[in-house]
Design a protein around this ligand. Structure first.
Ligand SMILES: [Zn+2]
Length: 115
């Protein structure tokens, strides 16, 4: 193991903080309750007593998706979007594929971007 201990680089770790809510009542007073066969997190809500699974793919609301896609249409780069919104490029790309109207106005070949 080589330890790099030159200048302490202050790196803001971008953590994905997943705040999980009860899908029934919205309470955060939930406890994990194992996983399903497909590996989805199951939880038990202490407030309303619901047993349900958390859908990890539904972390972004439609409004957020719309906003991000609109930013993309304004020719923001996927990397930029990733930095600003903390959404993985792959996720955004998947949304773009799903919404045909979201393609940006024609990008000029060879234009833009640092090389
Ligand atoms: Zn609940």
């Amino acid at each position: 193991m080589i330890k790099l201990s030159l200048t302490p680089v202050r790196r803001e770790m971008i953590k994905e903080i997943k705040i999980q809510h009860c899908t029934k009542c919205g309470s955060t007073n939930i406890v994990k309750n194992g996983t399903t066969q497909k590996g989805k997190q199951k939880f038990h809500c202490k407030d309303c007593g619901a047993y349900a699974t958390i859908e990890p793919s539904e972390r972004y609301s439609e409004g957020q998706q719309e906003l991000i896609l609109r930013v993309y249409q304004e020719r923001a780069s996927l990397r930029g979007i990733e930095r600003v919104f903390g959404v993985a490029r792959q996720t955004v790309a998947a949304w773009i594929k799903k919404s045909p109207g979201a393609a940006p106005l024609e990008r000029l070949p060879g234009g833009g971007g640092a090389r």
